[in-house]
Design a binder for this molecule. Structure first.
Ligand code: UDP
Length: 317
């Protein structure tokens, strides 16, 4: 008898998590979606609930969990600065205690575990583009530290479990990702600009807009995460940069979104938040070599479906 793989996604009701649950179900897996809904919503996975292979569990990863699974994708953690700075102590606990609990579970059931780490481990990078071997430039006591240092500590825990307990681990460093189901109020630049443009509100650029980011469409990210998890012969642990290497200034992004939405919004400038990185672009050579992965969705195309998602969301409200 064919038994499907049992996969747990922590943070499964979040933006990226919900797309991952969907893709795993499409591949025939049994999916356990664990989430505490701190900054996610059940509506993101509502359409999956009738699937008999899908199970939704309200759980906070800072507490231990005992379930039988073959694979764990550990995505649980608020990722947007306004969310992770709302309760910084809890953010740090989510990364550190969450990693300890999920690694403990993986060790007990001998599951493979993938950590969603972040480009924030590079802090405000002094090297450009960022390669995995770069150790980063992080302010350990600044307002972003709860997230950056939490994710760095989680990477350390993953590697120690790997070395000490021979656990099969995978570490992905996700760069800015966007797409449908981003939270309209999570403060990320893509969602903020689209929401502002659609509502005819001022587009808020922080700083002078010359800072850069690279935006990866969510379907490209999901392909990469699943291929890292299923990499054969399973020799590759990472850390591995995942993102789209095409780099845009924030001002160029604002102009593009105004153009694509035919918006009359004006651009206004606000002060740059503390420790906001000036430049960010992944070097994805390692992912190209090891996973034979490369992002396929250009920014304009990804923005078209993201804008359509927000238009539909506002129509329904
Ligand atoms: N940003 C902006 N206006 C906004 C939201 C964000 O100019 O309304 C800027 C922010 O200061 C940063 C960039 O856009 O330089 C990306 O911000 P985001 O929070 O999306 O991601 P992160 O800073 O974590 O890369």
């Amino acid at each position: 008898m064919f038994l499907s793989k049992r996969v747990m996604v922590t943070g499964g009701a979040g933006f990226i998590g919900s797309h991952l649950c969907e893709a795993l179900l499409a591949q025939g897996a049994e999916v356990l979606c664990a989430d505490n809904y701190f900054c996610s919503t059940k509506s993101n996975v509502e359409h999956l609930r009738d699937n008999p292979r899908f199970e939704l569990l309200r759980h906070d990863v800072t507490f231990p969990l005992y379930v039988e699974v073959d694979e764990i994708y550990n995505l649980a953690c608020p990722a947007s600065p306004i969310h992770y700075q709302r309760d910084p102590v809890q953010t740090l606990k989510t990364s550190v205690h969450g990693a300890i609990n999920m690694l403990g579970l993986a060790k007990r059931v001998r599951a493979t575990i993938l950590q969603a780490s972040t480009s924030e481990v590079y802090g405000n990078p002094e090297r450009h583009p960022q390669k995995e071997e770069y150790w980063g430039n992080v302010n350990p006591i600044g307002p972003r530290a709860c997230y950056d240092e939490g994710k760095r500590a989680a990477e350390c825990l993953f590697f120690d479990y790997h070395r000490q307990h021979r656990l099969r681990v995978k570490i992905a460093r996700l760069f800015n990702t966007y797409g449908p189901r981003m939270h309209p109020n999570d403060g990320r630049v893509v969602s903020n600009f689209i929401v502002q443009a659609l509502q005819g509100k001022d587009i808020t650029i922080y700083g002078d807009g010359t800072q850069t980011r690279s935006f990866c469409y969510v379907s490209d990210m999901i392909r990469a995460l699943m291929s890292l998890m299923n990499d054969t012969p399973d020799t590759f642990t990472g850390p591995l940069n995942l993102g789209n290497p095409e780099e845009f200034t924030i001002l160029a992004l604002a102009t593009l979104i105004i153009d694509m939405t035919n918006s009359r919004s004006r651009i206004i400038f606000h002060p740059l938040p503390v420790d906001d990185p000036c430049r960010r672009r992944p070097d994805i050579s390692l992912a190209r070599e090891n996973l034979r992965w490369t992002p396929e969705v250009p920014l304009r195309e990804g923005l078209t479906s993201t804008i359509a998602y927000f238009e539909e969301l506002f129509r329904r409200q």
